[in-house]
Design a protein around this ligand. Structure first.
Ligand SMILES: [Zn+2]
Ligand SMILES: [Zn+2]
Length: 118
């Protein structure tokens, strides 16, 4: 894959943020008139295929993040997101096994109220 400057910029923006971002968030953050939303989306999907980024669903929207596989606690009150480690990695196989199911990956977000919103 040829690393264009636009693609580099997309990865840079993601690396600079600890919290996951939607395709829209990244597009807005880059502020480049020549960069359209579908290019951002295609680049992100390519990065995902290459395992350079991860994705997860939060509030029914697709979010991307870098680093290592983890999950998020999402506050219903203030929409704060708290990154947390994965507790089922390595147990996936055992969960699928009784059903003859081969688990390839999982997606999980935990919702509730943060310290301030309780
Ligand atoms: Zn909150
Ligand atoms: Zn996980």
């Amino acid at each position: 894959m040829r690393m264009t400057s636009q693609r580099k910029k997309i990865l840079e923006v993601l690396h600079q943020h600890d919290l996951p971002m939607t395709c829209d968030d990244i597009h807005v953050m880059i502020k480049d008139d020549k960069l359209n939303l579908s290019t951002v989306y295609r680049s992100l999907e390519k990065f995902y295929e290459d395992r350079q980024v991860f994705k997860t669903i939060i509030n029914q929207k697709q979010y991307y993040y870098t680093g290592h596989h983890h999950h998020f606690l999402v506050c219903i009150g203030c929409e704060k997101m708290i990154p947390v480690g994965c507790h089922i990695e390595g147990k996936e196989k055992a969960i699928g096994q009784p059903y003859g199911f081969q688990v390839t990956h999982h997606d999980m977000t935990l919702y509730g109220y943060c310290e301030h919103c309780q």
